[in-house]
Design a protein around this ligand. Structure first.
Ligand SMILES: [Zn+2]
Length: 294
């Protein structure tokens, strides 16, 4: 009888000791997690990157510190054209699908947030903060393959983009159909202007330039039901008349293909971009995002 009681007491003591150890472990782990959380909250302001259409952030698992509103860190505006595996379409501005996906994956892996045109405009001209690592992915011309090849990759990687469309070229063959443009816009891709007829603006009179710019803005706005606020100049060509006509036609931003970041020192109608061709490797993408040099 006494032996059994002693045995029982011994097992009770053992149970209490194990319980104490377990509680100790839970407390220590709790303190470590709590401290880490405190450190993260203290050091970082996490930017909410909800794009215009309410998509979730393209860098859900990463935090990206906010740039102070008065900081003039430029934003790389990458410029792509056609995304295609078609061997007939060989040209330096045609990038195969897999390569394009690697390029975008690199942008994402390096922690960059894809901005909308409105976010870039607010940062440059209205002193709104943006994530320190911000980028714009843009396409010129509105090729059909932007819809068939680039769009699925953008969706898969949850990244935003801007397409500068030539508004009279929407033939559904080489270029997108009006319905495809509308679908992209409804998804949240920014549809902006690349003029009405892709004429080199610097060869035109002021009135002709104004018409190219205004007709394109009006027809695209009618199509997508949203304001069109940015223009990319065909072949990057412009002159003094262009700068005036762009503002007169109601645009708030004009993009060249002069290599550089879009920053607050740029004129709002001469914003720099960085054209990406098929020679770029993912490591080159990182270099241009960080210091412009490939
Ligand atoms: Zn073009």
């Amino acid at each position: 009888m006494r032996k059994r009681r002693r045995k029982k007491r011994r097992s009770n003591k053992k149970f209490i000791r194990i319980s104490q150890i377990m509680i100790g472990i839970i407390l220590v782990v709790g303190i470590i997690i709590g401290f880490n959380q405190y450190r993260i909250n203290k050091d970082k302001v996490v930017y909410s990157n909800d794009v215009a259409n309410g998509q979730s952030s393209d860098s859900d698992n990463q935090s990206n510190e906010v740039t102070a509103a008065n900081d003039n860190k430029g934003v790389p505006v990458l410029c792509f054209h056609s995304i295609s595996d078609d061997p007939k379409a060989k040209s330096s501005i045609v990038i195969p699908k897999d390569k394009f996906k690697q390029d975008l994956q690199a942008v994402k892996d390096y922690g960059y947030t894809t901005l909308t045109i409105a976010q870039l405009n607010d940062y440059l001209f209205n002193n709104k903060p943006i994530p320190k690592k911000s980028v714009i992915i843009s396409f010129d011309d509105g090729y059909k393959d932007n819809y068939t090849n680039a769009f699925p990759i953008l969706k898969e990687l949850n990244m935003n983009a801007t397409i500068f469309v030539i508004s009279s070229y929407l033939d559904g063959q080489v270029y997108m159909t009006p319905d495809e443009v509308k679908e992209l816009s409804n998804y949240g891709i920014d549809i902006e202007s690349h003029t009405f007829d892709h004429k080199q603006l610097s060869t035109l009179s002021y009135d002709e330039q104004y018409k190219e710019l205004k007709d394109s803005k009006d027809s695209l706005e009618k199509l997508i039901g949203k304001p069109v606020t940015a223009i990319a100049y065909p072949e990057g060509k412009y002159n003094d008349d262009t700068k005036k006509a762009v503002v007169e036609a109601g645009y708030s931003m004009g993009f060249t293909i002069e290599r550089g970041y879009a920053d607050k020192d740029d004129s709002r109608v001469l914003l720099n971009r960085i054209c990406i061709d098929y020679t770029y490797k993912p490591s080159d993408i990182k270099k241009v995002l960080e210091n412009l040099r490939k």
